[in-house]
Design a protein around this ligand. Structure first.
Ligand SMILES: Cc1cc2nc3c(=O)[nH]c(=O)nc-3n(C[C@H](O)[C@H](O)[C@H](O)COP(=O)(O)O)c2cc1C
Ligand code: SF4
Length: 638
């Protein structure tokens, strides 16, 4: 793997960045920030870890430039009293050779009460008050002063946040700026606010570097379309900024754009690269940064080599692996981001970020593994994410670990979860676990079902049971028909089933993904869901909306408020929403209702060991994050 483009230095303004890998600005979840609006210690440590991880540039998360207007408490830079906390962050990052820009922003009408215009839009969660021209002039000054304080603190530059329909983005978007004064009414009017900010910083702090993040596309009625996005890019570039950071906006409650700014696993990788490439063509002398699900080093290198962008901005991938850049450079294993968007969901809940793949996110100081008092023989049963993580960690600490799996492959529930084409990032997680196991001292034994007798005979010092959970089948007549399988089995291997009509019972995540998978494999698919909506119990719109779009694109027929009643020779008999009986033809019925731990087997296994732990789905059915975190915790504990 040659990463010479990605790893080559680049100049931004008057500084040299050691490589082309930048960390995306990311808020940490409001619950983490204290009322003093300083960088919390653990956030400084989190950034430092990413500098150690070899990133050329770190762009901080959102920092507000006014103490009350158009924003809510985060980290502040609207007063000199904040300079020391920023100075501490900048110096801690510089110590490891990375450069750091601070992002300056105000939320405007998106989450606060003031905006360019007093209109309700799907992106404003309330009807904001329109800011007066005097207030906007005052806010221009706040951005300029915040940049000055950033410079004093020792940052290398300011990134002006003009995207994601925050205040500057709202000023630039025809969807949200309906003003008729000098700050609206025309393209130039809508661009006046950012122009005054950039010109003001340039004039007052001529040596300070300025980047701009902006939305080159908005999935919104009257929003920024692709043509306007390019016009904005060229205009901002011509203002003489030091880089353009190309993003988009898509946060209505009904649709998720194919050009979403934080693309989840149901959308392809490298989502915004083509759009960024067009902007790079328009502004060939400008440093242009691409973002949006860039996760694979070689792909990132290719984009730079092909002239599509000059730098890549990596968000979630750096949450999953703080050392992504260093590992890429040294050709070491990268912990992949599976784009499950749990971290992003945490942000919307205002909770501290956490990661499915990285249990040490925001716990960077706790990574050192404790030396065990005694080396033990550890038998881990079940090679899903909980079992693997536990085995790897226990082994790293020096224990002698054997990992057993009854199937001929590892992965547990993430194996079926990785099967649809659109879950390619989850299959990368399986490759990652495979590589980690093969590089470790863990002895992995596949195709071996562990029995209580085996445990008794092998007599390990510690038994870890991580056998996952079993699908629950509805107790309806005909359920034992050979045409009925679990959706998990359907996802595991559909090759032995003749293509035809398929019905999926259950419209949760697994059911919807299985339906898409069956459709991709040539089946004519229907979903039967008892609740009024598919994915009703999944509150994370960031995942729900694109999965619903896939269901639609793949022509899956949807029967909601419909109860499965009986499996017949023809298919599935159901009770329709009107209470009447109906029938859906099916050659195959895949059940995705729920799962439960196999309590009896767990009990029989654990009875044979003195020290034992039951972890992952067989303790309590949960997410990958729960399995990985628990596996790590027990791996450290043994
Ligand atoms: C948890 C989280 C917090 C974010 N906070 C910000 C932010 O404060 N400012 C910003 O411009 N973008 C923010 N973003 C968007 C990212 O900067 C980036 O544009 C996006 O995640 C795409 O990059 P990725 O696909 O590599 O994650 C955030 C994204 C995530 C996942
Ligand atoms: S929580 Fe999911 S999307 Fe976020 S960084 Fe971790 S693996 Fe990636």
């Amino acid at each position: 793997m040659s990463l010479e483009n990605l790893m080559s230095p680049i100049k931004i303004g008057n500084i040299e960045i050691p490589n082309r890998c930048a960390m995306a600005p990311m808020g940490m979840g409001n619950a983490l920030y204290a009322s003093d609006e300083k960088w919390p210690k653990k956030v400084i440590r989190y950034y430092e870890e990413r500098a150690i991880g070899g990133l050329g540039l770190i762009i901080t998360g959102f920092i507000r430039v006014h103490g009350s207007l158009a924003s809510f408490p985060l980290v502040g830079l609207y007063d000199d009293k904040f300079i020391p906390t920023h100075a501490e962050l900048a110096s801690r990052v510089h110590k490891h050779g990375s450069k750091i820009f601070h992002q300056i922003a105000l939320t405007g009408g998106k989450f606060a009460g003031e905006a360019p215009s007093s209109i309700y839009s799907p992106n404003f969660y309330n009807k904001p008050r329109a800011l007066s021209a005097d207030e906007l002039e005052m806010l221009v000054n706040c951005y300029i002063e915040a940049a000055g304080r950033g410079m004093q603190a020792g940052y290398d530059g300011a990134e002006v946040h003009g995207g994601h329909l925050y205040l500057i983005g709202q000023m630039m978007s025809p969807a949200t700026n309906k003003r008729t004064d000098k700050y609206g009414g025309s393209f130039e009017g809508r661009m006046r606010f950012i122009t005054e900010i950039i010109n003001g910083i340039r004039l007052k702090y001529p040596k300070y570097n300025i980047g701009v993040k902006f939305s080159a596309y908005e999935e919104l009625e009257d929003g920024i379309d692709l043509e306007l996005g390019k016009k904005i890019a060229k205009y901002i570039s011509d203002l003489g900024v030091d880089y353009l950071h190309v993003s988009t906006e898509s946060s209505t409650l009904e649709v998720m754009s194919k050009l979403a700014p934080v693309p989840p696993m149901y959308l392809p990788r490298n989502t915004l690269v083509p759009l960024t490439a067009e902007i790079k063509k328009l502004c060939p002398d400008q440093v242009v940064m691409a973002t949006g699900s860039i996760t694979v080093p070689q792909e990132a290198d290719d984009f730079i080599r092909e002239g599509k962008c000059d730098m890549v901005v990596l968000g979630r991938t750096i949450l999953a692996d703080a050392k992504w850049a260093k590992n890429a450079k040294e050709n070491k294993t990268i912990t992949p981001c599976i784009r499950c968007n749990l971290c992003y969901y945490q942000l919307w809940l205002s909770e501290p970020l956490c990661c499915s793949m990285n249990p040490y996110l925001l716990h960077e100081t706790e990574q050192e593994l404790p030396i065990p008092a005694k080396i033990k023989n550890v038998m881990v049963v079940g090679a899903g994410p909980a079992g693997i993580r536990c085995a790897l960690t226990a082994s790293k600490r020096g224990h002698k670990v054997k990992l057993y799996e009854k199937l001929p492959y590892i992965g547990g529930m993430i194996y079926p979860g990785s099967r649809p084409d659109f879950k390619i990032d989850v299959s990368r997680a399986i490759d990652y676990f495979k590589k980690e196991l093969s590089d470790s001292n863990v002895e992995t034994v596949l195709s071996t079902e562990v029995t209580p007798e085996m445990v008794e005979k092998l007599n390990p010092d510690v038994l870890v049971v991580a056998i996952g959970a079993k699908p629950i089948m509805p107790q309806i007549p005909g359920i034992n028909s050979p045409k009925v399988i679990s959706a998990i089995d359907a996802l595991r291997d559909i090759s032995s089933y003749k293509k035809g009509k398929a019905v999926v019972i259950g419209g949760g995540d697994v059911g919807c993904e299985a339906a898409c998978y069956l459709a991709d494999n040539g089946f004519d698919v229907s979903i039967v869901e008892i609740l009024p909506e598919l994915l009703q119990e999944n509150p994370n719109l960031n995942l729900k909306l694109p999965l619903l779009s896939l269901i639609e694109e793949k022509n899956v027929k949807v029967y909601t408020k419909t109860t499965p009643n009986k499996v017949t020779d023809e298919g599935l008999e159901v009770i329709l929403p009107n209470g009447k009986e109906g029938g859906i033809e099916a050659d195959l019925i895949a059940v995705a209702i729920n799962q439960r731990p196999e309590s009896l087997l767990i009990k029989d296994l654990t009875l044979k060991a003195e020290e034992f732990y039951v972890i992952g789905d067989c303790s309590s059915v949960g997410r990958i994050k729960d399995a990985v975190t628990e596996g790590e915790r027990i791996g450290r504990w043994i």
